[in-house]
Design a protein around this ligand. Sequence first.
Ligand code: FAD
Ligand code: 2MC
Length: 393
Amino acid sequence: TIRSSRRTLVTSIDPSHGLTEEQLAIQELATDFAVKEMLPNMAEWDEKEYFPVATMRAAAALGFGAIYATEDFGGTGLNRLDASIIFEALSRGCTSTTAYISIHNMCAWMIDHFGNPSQREQWVPQLASMEKFASYCLTEPGSGSDAASLSTSAKKDESDLVLNGSKAFISGGGDTDVYLVMCRTGSDGPRGISCVLVEKGTPGLSFGKKEKKVGWNSQPTRMVIFEDCRIPASNIIGNEGQGFNIAMKGLNGGRINIASCSLGAAQASIENAADHAKVRKQFSKPLANFQNTQFRLAEMSTEVVASRLLVRNAAVALQENHPDTVTLCSMAKYYATEKCFQVINEALQLYGGYGYLKDYPVQQYLRDCRVHMILEGTNEVMRLLIARHVLSD
Ligand code: FAD
Ligand code: 2MC
């Protein structure tokens, strides 16, 4: 039988193209919030290294705290494509803040999806409202890309677990309330890892100094340190030994979300650069009249549309449990974060010297997006995952 297989999703230069009525409404809500509540403050949050708790809670009131957690315990119950649309829209308002919100969302989903009913009932509502903030703790000083080699230990002592070790580069670390910690409860390798929840205030939990960073300044980054930190064994999320799997499943969505943040920043940078090129005159004509400017803008727009296609395709694959989900998420993350960074850099160039000034947002988008090629799995790790698929039998 012949089946009509016309795709309904037509992504174009305008990020609203190809969306359903409901998605358009969600996008409008997020864009409106980004433009009114975030954009006017983004330079100051960056400059003062201010973690905008009240603004994030206002975003949570719109449903952006636990976007793709189920509605069972207060999640918003949207799908992964909806989440990508929201993060892309928010990112133009402040990429760094949006990226933190995306990590918080990843944690809320991990608890909602893998937690037991009492953990879900206790934590999901507080995370959905952002009354409490969450951090994701995988990386260690000695274990970054080789995450399965992590050494933070959690040893059983009657009905408790006693944690020792440290986590590096933890987003939100020190300012957040709930830490999802990947730790070793068993043998070497991925199968000896469990995911546990540690609350701020637990004796034996402490934090390193606030890191000084190139970007992502509206959110703190600190080491998270465990010294005989005792938690009830009932704080294990999912099963003992399932932690690496939970961490990776969380990151598949995280990688789409981070790529979506890069998309929003690149889209905004193109729009700003095009506006600038229309008004700024040199050699008696607007910059937009030079063919170099036109060709650059054409290439930049094409790369952003290509990135968005990959990101939205991966979001649908993840939602529908497509067998190639890991590969498609990796492709979307590496392509979008790399191309969008280049696009933002081109936009900065089109501004000339003004692009280098903090009076214009393009340099902040650039600084904030640089790290997207490094975190949630470096783009080399993304290539490694894709290559494994290509070379598999
Ligand atoms: P390394 O693993 O030492 O890598 C160094 C270089 O070697 C990279 O270019 C890498 O791609 C390359 N490389 C490594 N292995 C291979 C290989 N097999 N083949 C080819 N190249 C390879 N982590 C968390 O758990 N939670 C967080 O909230 C968090 N937030 C972060 C926030 C910021 C601002 C930063 C900078 C990092 C954050 N991270 C977080 C850590 C981040 O995930 C790691 O930095 C990242 O995974 C890379 O690990 P690494 O820094 O140890 O680099
Ligand atoms: N989704 C689902 N399962 C995955 C997966 C993914 N993305 N990646 C790996 N797995 C599974 C894999 O299938 C295997 O399962 P099984 O044992 O059932 O076959 C298991 O996990 C172990 O994987 P590998 O055998 O591939 O282990 P290896 O050590 O060779 O490679 C690697 C693992 C490199 C892919 C992993 O360590 C990795 O992703 N490293 C990057 C670390 C990272 O992303 N850190 C980000 C920290 S968070 C952050 O930066 C934030 C800002 C929040």
